[in-house]
Design a protein around this ligand. Structure first.
Ligand SMILES: [Zn+2]
Length: 160
């Protein structure tokens, strides 16, 4: 059983921990698969204060701000999410934003696609107030799907 790299398709030796061609980690990801965005980078870049981990994505973080600037108080006001990738460079990243009110009823459920999310990049996503149907109490952000960006980018430990 050879071990195929999910990014560059190189067939690696079954015991290989990293792809011999592009350097991708061949460990299983948070969901037990090697799908893009699920596999942790062995050397993630630092995470600034105030960022929280996205669900189902070991190297994606987000921070919430008010759409008007400053720290967000969850409620019905529009939000700005800043998404940070500290792991492998990704593209076509589909995130799901799901919020509930105090009675645990869903009052926000939207998807956002980020076309390009290289390692170290910060990308802003806006949620308009009309998308939030009742005062938000808890917001969850999780990864639905993603694709690896061009192979080889992470070969030198991810530095560009
Ligand atoms: Zn590879």
């Amino acid at each position: 059983m050879r071990s195929r790299c999910p990014r560059c398709e190189t067939e690696n030796r079954p015991v290989a921990r990293f792809c011999a061609h592009c350097g991708l980690s061949l460990a299983d990801g948070v969901d037990g698969t090697r799908r893009p965005g699920r596999v942790a980078h062995p050397d993630p870049s630092p995470v600034p204060e105030g960022f929280r981990l996205c669900e189902q994505a070991p190297d994606l973080y987000y921070r919430i701000e008010s759409a008007f600037g400053g720290e967000a108080l969850l409620g019905t006001e529009g939000l700005r999410l800043t998404v940070l990738n500290v792991g492998y460079s990704l593209c076509r990243v589909v995130l799901r934003l799901r919020g509930v009110n105090k009675k645990r009823a869903v009052c926000l459920d939207v998807q956002r696609t980020i076309e390009s999310l290289p390692r170290g990049a910060l990308v802003n996503l806006d949620v308009a107030s009309y998308e939030i149907t009742a005062p938000l109490h808890v917001l969850r952000v999780f990864l639905e799907t993603a694709e690896y960006a061009h192979e080889g980018e992470d070969r030198q430990g991810g530095q560009r």
